[in-house]
Design a protein around this ligand. Structure first.
Ligand SMILES: Cc1cc2nc3c(=O)[nH]c(=O)nc-3n(C[C@H](O)[C@H](O)[C@H](O)COP(=O)(O)OP(=O)(O)OC[C@H]3O[C@@H](n4cnc5c(N)ncnc54)[C@H](O)[C@@H]3O)c2cc1C
Length: 386
């Protein structure tokens, strides 16, 4: 039982934990309910690129503001997040890729992003010598970067706890509790929790919670295979991604290389989801490994430490919902991040805080409305991940 000015957050990923920090330090009484462990789904399985390049035009202001926040986030949270701002390289493997990337760079420069085109293999390898001779060009965004996702989520949670938030893991929210058109809390497998406001930030499982109140949240899923090597000598500093969005990689601070082959549509029930449901098949894994070695030949010698899969929550128009739900007073949803939610975490937390506290956001939130039409689907839109 909680007091009537409290906020319950469902989901202990980066979105829920960043929201908990922003709300708790603003004086709200906050409790986070997490089904597994903190950062056990998207926020722990992620590649953890902190990237503005390639973003949907509507999302670009959020991504750019998020990067400004990332630059000082370690001070704000008083923790080492292993954040590195060494840039992003979007790689061309053929002439069609090069044309696509050049056009993308032009569009994104017009949105205010410092992104430049590196023409030819020599120029690209001047920046990242480990890349294959088959890379014919790249878009370079110097202010992009990457961070340690689990350290970041834990840092948010610890900071939120210091500010008074409470966290409970290992319990499942089974339904929204309501009185008429008002949310009054949640039902869990450990009983009812009351609250004046509820924030659902449950990633791919968000629809399961909303449907208990008759609310439909249409997302599809993609599975992203991820391979992580043991620590190896420094190979490259930037976050790498291909024009076709079928490969992305970064080298972590301890030398491990984490790479993926992009998202693959998957149909799986998220009710009762287990780790095995998310594991990539042998074919996808083989494809991921082959692509990695063709783009970064030195990886052929790198011993593998782990292979896992992560699920991505895809909305029809490629950008998330971050909004109060019109049908149910007191309910806020933040989900459907389409493979971009790690970078956006600091800003998502801030937007959720403003929505919950009834403050005016510094961002244009129209594109992220709950009841938007999906007519603003964008052909240039943005690839998954990175
Ligand atoms: C392989 C991969 C690579 C990615 N690469 C990038 C990248 O490079 N850059 C980037 O910005 N983004 C990337 N993303 C996307 C990004 O990681 C996610 O968008 C982000 O982590 C989502 O965070 P979240 O907190 O919204 O959701 P999640 O991290 O999924 O957290 C939701 C939490 O809710 C909990 N939960 C679910 N149901 C319930 C329930 N009923 N009761 C209680 N708790 C519940 C879950 O256990 C989970 O911990 C990637 C994602 C994947 C999978």
């Amino acid at each position: 039982m909680m007091d009537s000015s409290s906020v319950l957050i469902v989901g202990g990923g980066i979105t829920g934990c960043a929201a908990a920090w922003e709300l708790a330090r603003s004086g709200a009484t906050v409790r986070v309910l997490e089904k597994r462990d903190l950062a056990s789904m998207g926020s722990g399985r992620t590649l953890a690129g902190v990237r503005q390049s390639g973003r949907h035009p509507a999302e670009m202001p959020l991504a750019m503001a998020a990067v400004r926040r990332w630059e000082t986030l370690h001070d704000e949270l008083d923790a080492d997040l292993e954040y590195r701002q060494d840039g992003n390289l979007r790689l061309a493997e053929d002439a069609a890729d090069a044309a696509f990337i050049q056009k993308m760079a032009e569009t994104q420069r017009s949105l205010g992003l410092d992104i430049r085109y590196l023409d030819g293999n020599d120029e690209v390898r001047g920046v990242a010598p480990a890349l294959s001779e088959t890379i014919s060009g790249a878009a370079f965004t110097p202010s992009d970067g990457h961070a340690n996702p689990i350290a970041t989520v834990r840092a948010y949670a610890t900071a939120a706890e210091r500010a008074g938030a409470r966290f409970e893991s290992g319990l499942t929210v089974t339904a929204l509790a309501r009185d008429g058109d008002c949310v009054t809390g949640v039902e869990t497998d450990r009983g009812t929790y009351q609250a004046e406001q509820v924030v659902v930030a449950a990633g791919v499982e968000t629809p399961n919670i909303l449907k208990s109140a008759g609310l439909e949240f249409a997302i599809s899923l993609a599975m992203v295979p991820v391979v992580q090597t043991v620590p190896i000598n420094p190979l490259f500093k930037q976050v790498l991604g291909t024009a076709k969005a079928h490969f992305a990689a970064r080298q972590e601070v301890d030398g491990r290389v984490r790479f993926s082959s992009g998202g693959h549509p998957i149909v799986v029930s998220t009710e009762g989801l287990t780790r095995d449901d998310m594991q990539p098949g042998c074919g996808r894994t083989a494809e991921t490994l082959a692509r990695a070695v063709s783009i970064i030949p030195a990886l052929a010698e790198a011993p593998i430490s782990q292979i896992w899969g992560g699920l991505v929550d895809l909305t029809p128009d490629g950008i998330p919902v971050i909004d109060r739900v019109t049908e149910l007073e007191g309910l806020t949803v933040a989900a459907g991040f389409c493979g971009h939610g790690f970078c956006l975490g600091p800003v998502s937390g801030e937007i959720i805080r403003d929505l919950v506290l009834g403050r005016t956001s510094r961002f244009d939130l129209e594109p992220f409305r709950w009841n938007r039409s999906v007519a603003h689907e964008n052909a240039d839109s943005p690839e998954l991940l990175g």
